[in-house]
Design a protein around this ligand. Structure first.
Ligand SMILES: [Zn+2]
Length: 213
């Protein structure tokens, strides 16, 4: 029952969410980038900066792209084949990151035993994954399956920079890898590859047996 519920809750969440895309840069974003970043945007940008060794800007705002499914959570803008140095996330992502930053231990999947916390833990894991996913786009990667796999291996980093203990950060990454990532094979197949595993083609730490952190 519990396992079934988990799959249903998570499948709904992944079906409804968790895509991130690459889009051509838009002149309309200029005013968005000019306004001072909120605290949450600064936090996300700092984490993305540490992950990429770049100086990206992050803004949370409605993505405002006609025809874009409401399921898309983040967009990294490109100038031709080069990342333009910023990404956008839907406002809910900033809210989830802020909640996590305020109280990381409240979103520890190891402490979750019912459907309610499963939903909030999964939403937070998705927000952390969105920051790391978009960060790999900032580095110039555009293959979604590759970006998603690299991003998953950096969820622990994002979580720990936002205040989680190393143990919890790794547990969140494991939760994502075991509960959320497998659903992508059917829900968002462009974001899934069998090579995303310990020892697979996209394993960033092939000499290490731990996965995905
Ligand atoms: Zn993407």
């Amino acid at each position: 029952m519990c396992a079934l519920l988990s799959v249903v809750v998570l499948a709904a969440l992944v079906a409804a969410a968790a895509q991130a895309q690459v889009r051509p840069v838009r002149p309309g974003d200029e005013s968005l980038l000019k306004r001072a970043p909120t605290y949450e945007e600064q936090v996300a940008a700092q984490v993305a900066a540490r992950l990429t060794h770049l100086h990206p800007q992050v803004r949370c705002a409605p993505l405002g792209i006609p025809g874009l499914p409401s399921s898309v959570l983040g967009v990294t803008l490109f100038l031709g084949t080069h990342p333009a140095g910023y990404f956008l996330m839907v406002p809910q992502m900033c809210a989830d990151l802020a909640a996590f930053h305020r109280s990381p231990a409240s979103f520890d999947p190891r402490a979750c035993t019912d459907g309610t916390c499963l939903t909030t833990d999964a939403a937070v894991a998705m927000a952390l994954a969105t920051v790391s996913h978009e960060s790999y786009h900032l580095l110039g990667y555009t293959n979604e399956a590759q970006v998603e796999c690299y991003g998953m291996q950096s969820i622990w980093f994002v979580a720990s920079k936002l205040g989680a203990s190393l143990d919890e950060a790794q547990a969140i990454a494991k939760f994502y890898a075991t509960q959320i990532y497998p659903l992508r094979q059917t829900q968002t197949p462009a974001y899934w590859t069998p090579e995303c595993r310990d020892g697979g083609k996209y394993d960033l730490r092939p000499q290490s047996d731990s996965w995905p952190s």
